[in-house]
Design a protein around this ligand. Structure first.
Ligand code: PLP
Length: 386
């Protein structure tokens, strides 16, 4: 088949491939513990589902405006302002099917062929993939364990050239669970402002914070008008399959992102936008209980993983992943991830699924219950000691 040349530059998410292989093994009768996918193992709270049913009954079944329903844009802007201390207006918010399309649309709208985008590595694979897809150069900003996997602003500054158009941030971070401090954000903002660079700040894990305080770069003076701030419902409210996310940005850019939406998916499902408003308005206790469960699992996982031979693991400040260093095992990351699945029946991801600087690490998600998590770690111990 003759495909457009640009398709050769499009990457993917390894998590879905590992999920598929784990499914094949399960079909053969193998018992697999899933620690590969970034999807809460909880159901969406009932009050959010009820709001969606009600919205369908109320007739929210047709096309809506490309940028989102005015009332939902207003409510989501208010949420950002409450949680970040910003002053966004409804006209600066665009609602999309999941947070992910904003990565695609934001890069499409701002980055030209030959431009450069600096992104965290290890990092969410879509950053590099979409940057290369549009013909720009993806420049890896290494996240190192000796800085608790927080982007080093000095190193970031050294990567800036006159072609740098965008810096992508993700805090709390997938896959390492690191969280940028206000000091980090201020130093990064200085680089962005000095060099007239956009920041795409991917913040879907903003509520999954266990140590320290979450901050957004949009809070820093001078950043609001050069930032695309991305939020979503997938992680906070266990709504991955609903596909609901949004971003705040200057309204002039919001109009352009809405135009990209007119040209692709038209709009985000109206009844789902209404359910998102209900998610914010309703009781937060289920979401908070979910975050407490992730924190407990993090503690159990980190402690147990640190007893594995040749493995050491920092305690992540946020998100729901741990990112152990496995170099002491003498086994390559890809090989170890593959042997965990094939021999021990534990699906995990190689750190290299998140870029070259993920080499020497594995990513384990805590989206499974404590019993399975403990069993998975014992199976890995059997593999490493056996
Ligand atoms: C860092 C990061 N950004 C964005 C997303 C996309 O989330 P959504 O389901 O809202 O599209 C994910 C999902 O795993 C993620 O880990």
């Amino acid at each position: 088949m003759r495909l457009a040349e640009r398709m050769s530059r499009l990457g993917t998410e390894t998590a879905f491939e590992v999920l598929a292989r784990a499914g094949e093994l399960e079909a053969e009768g193998r018992d697999i513990i899933h620690l590969e996918i970034g999807q809460p193992d909880f159901d969406t709270p009932d009050y959010i589902k009820d709001a969606a049913y009600q919205a369908l009954q109320d007739g929210y079944t047709g096309y809506g405006p490309s940028a989102g329903l005015p009332e939902a844009r207003e409510r989501y802007a208010q949420y950002l302002n409450e949680t970040r201390g910003t002053d966004y207006e409804a006209s600066e918010v665009v609602i999309t099917p999941g947070a992910k399309p904003i990565l695609f649309f934001g890069i499409l709208a701002l980055v030209d062929e030959g431009d450069e985008v600096i992104y965290p590595n290890p990092g969410f694979p879509i950053y590099e993939s979409v940057t290369e897809f549009v013909g720009a150069r993806a420049v890896a900003a290494p996240l190192r364990e000796d800085r608790e996997f927080r982007l080093d602003p000095e190193e970031l500054a050294s990567l800036v050239t006159d072609r740098t158009r965008m810096i992508i941030l993700n805090s709390p971070h997938n896959p390492t669970g690191s969280m940028l401090t206000m000091e980090d954000l201020e130093a990064i903002a200085e680089v962005a402002i000095e060099n007239d660079i956009w920041v795409l700040s991917d913040e879907p894990y903003s509520k999954m914070v266990y140590d320290g305080e979450f901050h957004s770069i949009a809070e820093v003076d001078g950043m609001r008008d050069r930032t695309i701030l991305l939020e979503g419902f997938s992680k906070t409210y266990a709504m991955t399959g609903w596909r609901l996310g949004y971003a705040a940005m200057p309204s002039e850019l919001a109009d352009q992102i809405a135009k990209l939406q007119t040209n692709s998916n038209s709009c985000t499902a109206s009844f789902i936008q209404i359910a998102g408003m209900a998610a914010y308005d309703g009781p937060q206790d289920e979401s908070e209980a979910m975050m407490d469960a992730f924190e407990e699992r993090r503690d159990v996982m980190v402690e147990a993983i640190n007893t594995l031979p040749g493995v050491s693991c920092l305690s992540p400040a946020g998100a729901f992943y741990v990112f152990p260093n496995i170099t002491g095992t003498g086994i390559d990351s890809r090989e170890l991830a593959s042997r965990c699945l094939e021999e021990a029946g534990v699906a995990v991801l190689s750190g290299t699924a998140f870029g070259e600087y993920g080499d020497g690490y594995l990513r384990l998600s805590s989206a499974n219950n404590l019993e399975n998590i403990n069993e998975a770690i014992e199976r890995i111990r059997g593999l490493l000691e056996g």
